[in-house]
Design a protein. Structure first.
Length: 213
């Protein structure tokens, strides 16, 4: 019988990163986890990541040592859950949640539909949450929508947040957070740092302009 997995840590979120689990990650996911472990003061996890990175083949797009680019030069996209975990965030609902809180430092991390990002005043902006006025946004009243509203409020108080850009094709008449025609995933190499602003009853992410660096 195979012995049970032995946790790398005894307490905290890092306890979930067993050797077996870390070995299943690709190179870029390992690099992100290694960087996060060092930044968050988790030397044992950082050492484990470094050890496994050394064991990965230098090349091979079909292996766990594949680069972060696909054969045609595009970004290698990973599922939303894995992208959040690479940022140290464990989603409350792995299927429905589009935002979460990093326990180590309290940072709010949002998944943002890339096609919804607009150029505004020399920067970028994206609507994160709006009320379900006359049935216009039913997702806002779901558990995931209410969770995102609370995260928006917390991010306003905190003054900053992080965003992961979700690539895919939206479905006409539906919010992509609710249902999309296709969801290709998230490029783990791209993380946006922005402010969350309350504009009336809506919450917006804004970055890149002089007002929102």
């Amino acid at each position: 019988m195979k012995p049970p997995e032995t946790p790398v840590f005894k307490t905290g979120r890092a306890a979930q990163w067993t050797r077996e689990r870390v070995q299943q990650l690709g190179r870029q996911e390992l690099l992100h986890l290694h960087a996060n472990a060092e930044r968050l003061g988790e030397p044992e996890l950082a050492a484990l990541c470094a050890e496994i990175l050394k064991q990965l083949p230098a090349r091979g797009p079909g292996s766990s040592g594949a680069s972060a680019r696909t054969k045609n030069g595009g970004a290698r996209l990973i599922p939303r859950r894995k992208a959040f975990e690479a940022r140290g965030v464990w989603l409350q609902d792995v299927r429905g949640s589009w935002s979460g809180v990093r326990k180590s430092d309290g940072a709010i991390v949002f998944a943002v539909w890339a096609q919804a990002v607009a150029s505004v005043d020399g920067g970028c902006a994206c609507l994160l949450w709006a009320p379900n006025t006359e049935g216009s946004r039913p997702w806002s009243d779901t558990a995931a929508g209410r969770e995102r509203l609370e995260h928006c409020r917390a991010a306003v108080q905190r003054g900053s947040a992080e965003g992961l850009l979700v690539q895919g094709e939206a479905m006409e008449g539906r919010l992509p957070e609710d249902r999309a025609r296709s969801v290709r995933g998230i490029d783990p190499e791209t993380v946006v740092h922005f402010r969350v602003e309350k504009r009336g009853d809506e919450f917006w992410a804004a970055w890149g302009s002089r007002r929102n660096p």
